[in-house]
Design a protein around this ligand. Structure first.
Ligand code: FE2
Length: 558
């Protein structure tokens, strides 16, 4: 048995993944354990802070101890960074701090594992780890691979080619030409946190992209097969905010959202779609295969992803459930496997259900220590579907936790999509989100085409990464999940991908004739719940009507 641990902790979204003999057996994000969103801030001074609890989970899941780990792979290469770093990017002092901390990474592991690793420790280039996390699970024999994020060692975007078991870098688009950083800056300018790109994406549907289209062309320029970011907006320059103010007016801060803010978001989304499409066309020319894999935080933009699939440049598009930095833990382990093992890596395995699960005894103990009484349901899927159809908010906690930022039916809050008021009810009772943010539907895969313009089904449709149009004739039937622009960030659920969740959707369909429910992550302004106790805490402090944990049911008192 060869056990390879993959780690991401260089910036944020710290995570661990474990390969046993080339098979992916576990992966989890540290935020679910330490209960801090994104696990930690991206900071020069902390790349050596390892996701210790996610690592412990991976070992426990496979029944291993620290001594059993054969290789460790970390999804960043300090040597490559030193080679590419330019003094004009940012001060030497912060870069020195960063390098010093990176120099401590191996010893931090050795301390954690209680032994020396020597040559068994591997630094893997960041974008190679992203590319591997998309290509190997895709199951494609050959594919073009795009990575789009803030920054790796030095690249903001990169293009690679996957053939068989090999990934070859084709070209990189170097910092400061970073689409990811552009979204971080505009998120902050629009009054959200740097990491709230998904809010900006939701807001964009309310705006008119034409109002600032010209202005944006001078910031994020798309050519036929290339993109560029204007000098004044490059990278992480501190005075960028003042320039944004000069072009777009004062930043929003805590003020009310105005049409102007939505127009800015809409123009940013349109400019991003154009820039990414330029890279897709370039990828098609340089790597003229039928298949495209995409990774990097920008690949969480389901609107851009939809534009890519609609374009037809590539017949098949695959994006993993965790395209953001957490996914590089899987990719780094896969690259290390390829570099050290003869046995081929498992390919084409893309389930997001890689986190912890809990036995009945664990669930009962958590219920008992909360001083509650659970009843047992003979048919949880049917009981939950009945409650949802009755207008209740149901928490659905089943099996292994998802890897990636979306709840995909194992740590989900579910509700009836048929009433226009359900969005407000969800926000008031549990989620406390901004009104403009959409709620997503989960639909039985076999009925998806009757309700949404999905196009060719991809395994990635199981990960809520695309935003197809809702069929116009169905929109009035499911107002809670139709976004302002008529789209929905839909998850396709098959019996094979998630049998328990599919059973619930089938029961809801049998009762209502509608094969979909609202599916939002099981949390209230915190990381998604991980354990039965997390689930009970969120259930008790919010207005959730019932909590299903396997076949145990807790019902709110009022
Ligand atoms: Fe990244």
């Amino acid at each position: 048995m060869v056990n390879i641990l993959g780690i991401n902790s260089v910036y944020h979204e710290s995570a661990a993944a474990l390969l046993v003999d080339g098979e992916l057996v576990a992966a989890a994000e540290e935020e679910r354990f330490n209960r801090i969103k994104h696990a930690k801030e991206a900071d020069w001074d902390n790349p050596h802070q390892l996701p210790e609890r996610a690592i412990r989970f991976c070992l426990k899941q496979a029944g291993l101890t620290a001594r059993d780990i054969d290789h460790v792979a970390y999804s960043f290469d300090p040597k490559l960074r030193r080679k590419r770093y330019r003094a004009e990017w940012w001060g030497r002092k912060v870069e020195e701090t960063f390098q010093l901390r990176l120099g401590q990474v191996q010893s931090a592991f050795e301390e954690l594992l209680g032994r020396s690793l020597g040559q068994r420790f591997h630094f893997v280039p960041h974008h190679l780890a992203h590319a591997a996390s998309a290509y190997f699970p895709s199951g494609f024999d050959r594919a073009a691979i795009l990575t789009l994020d803030g920054i790796g060692e030095s690249a903001g975007s990169s293009l690679a080619k996957g053939v068989g078991t090999r990934i070859q870098s084709i070209e990189t688009f170097e910092y400061p030409h970073s689409i990811g950083f552009m979204w971080e800056e505009f998120s902050a300018y629009l009054g959200f946190s740097n990491y709230d790109a998904s809010k900006v994406m939701g807001l964009a549907a309310y705006g008119n992209p034409e109002v600032f289209r010209q202005t944006f062309q001078s910031i994020l320029r798309a050519e036929a097969e290339n993109y560029g970011i204007a000098q004044d907006f490059l990278g992480v320059q501190p005075d960028k905010f003042a320039r944004m103010e000069a072009m777009f007016g004062p930043p929003r801060g805590m003020d009310e959202i105005l049409p102007r803010h939505a127009d800015i978001a809409a123009a940013l989304q349109a400019a991003t779609d154009a820039a990414v499409m330029a890279l897709v066309r370039r990828a098609k020319r340089k790597v003229p295969f039928e298949n495209l894999c995409i990774a990097g935080g920008v690949a969480l933009n389901c609107v851009t992803n939809e534009v890519i699939t609609r374009s037809g440049e590539f017949a098949n598009v695959f994006i993993p459930s965790a395209p953001h930095d957490a996914g590089t833990a899987i990719g780094a382990a896969m690259v290390a496997h390829g570099a050290t093992q003869k046995k081929p890596l498992q390919r084409g395995y893309s389930t997001p259900y890689l986190g912890p699960s809990f036995k009945r005894g664990d669930i009962l103990a958590a219920v008992k220590s909360a001083g509650l009484n659970a009843r047992r349901s003979k048919s949880p899927a049917r009981d939950a579907a009945d409650m949802i159809a009755d207008g209740k908010i149901v928490a659905w906690f089943q099996g292994r936790m998802e890897f990636g930022p979306r709840a995909l039916g194992n740590r989900s809050l579910l509700a009836d999509p048929r009433g226009p008021e359900m969005r407000n009810i969800l926000n008031q009772k549990v989620k406390h989100r901004e009104d403009f943010r959409p709620f997503a539907p989960s639909v039985m895969a076999e009925h998806a085409d009757e309700w949404f313009e999905v196009g060719a089904h991809s395994p990635s449709h199981a990960f809520m990464l695309f935003a197809p149009d809702v069929k116009p004739e169905q929109r009035d039937r499911i107002p809670a999940v139709v976004h302002k622009d008529g789209t929905a960030r839909v998850q396709l659920v098959s019996r094979k991908s998630n049998p328990r969740f599919h059973e619930l959707l089938s029961a809801f369909f049998a009762k209502t004739g509608v094969p979909l429910v609202v599916n939002t992550s099981f949390n209230d302004s915190e990381p998604i719940v991980c354990t039965p106790t997390d689930a009970i805490v969120t259930f008790r402090k919010s207005g959730i009507d019932a909590l299903f944990m396997d076949d145990m049911v807790l019902v709110a008192r009022n």
